[in-house]
Design a protein around this ligand. Sequence first.
Ligand code: ZN
Length: 265
Amino acid sequence: MLRFFDTHAHFEGTDTVSVLDRAMAAGVVRVMAVGGSDRLNTGAVAAAKARPGHVCLALGFDRDQAGLATPDTWCLALRELVVTAGIKLSAVGEIGLDYHYAPETRELQCELFVAQLGLAAEWALPVSIHTREADEDTLRVLDSVAWPHQKPRGIIHCYTGGEAFAEELLSRGFMISFSGIVTFRNADALRRVAAVVPDDRLLVETDSPFLAPVPLRGQTNEPAFVAHTAECVAKQRGCGVSELAELTYQNAVSLLWPQQGGENE
Ligand SMILES: [Zn+2]
């Protein structure tokens, strides 16, 4: 049986248990539940608590929260959340920059991003990063953070950038995760990137409930659908889906689930 690790899914509190049950039934035996706002953080904690053996947790405040409070306030909120959640985090996220939707908040986004990268460095945790139309600032901010205990580690989630940007991120040690966008008809350039990411840096995700992959576009996305993205990426790379599933599963486990090893189910 194929096994998949969906490295990026959001939960909003409705239907969480049945969504996770369908994921398990589809071979998606591990999922990272990812926060980003009060609502998404709460949903992610609930998912991790509902299926602790299968769901790991990322908490953070995403770029759309920039400006709603100061970076210090958000960092304090995140510290408190981590304590009250009572679950070990696998990553800080999602965090990052998006100049497609809100270019006017660039500076605020950068401040919030750098503050939470600082927390990830302090906690020696990987990060789950959203970056869209902000290549230059993403690299500048990443390079501005001092990582006292480690090199930066993490995931560039729902990758939509070009090949040159991917090279820059790979050279800094990041993994690149592809969502259902890679299956979209107009995504030829992205599929070319998916073909060249090194084996040990490749991940797949749903970013559910958004962005359902072809042929399920228009439906509410869920982790069970990650196989369609894996199939598309496998085809681009000229390998089988079982090989791709296992490769990305092992990559995700080594980054996000190191304490449990890759083989224990
Ligand atoms: Zn997301």
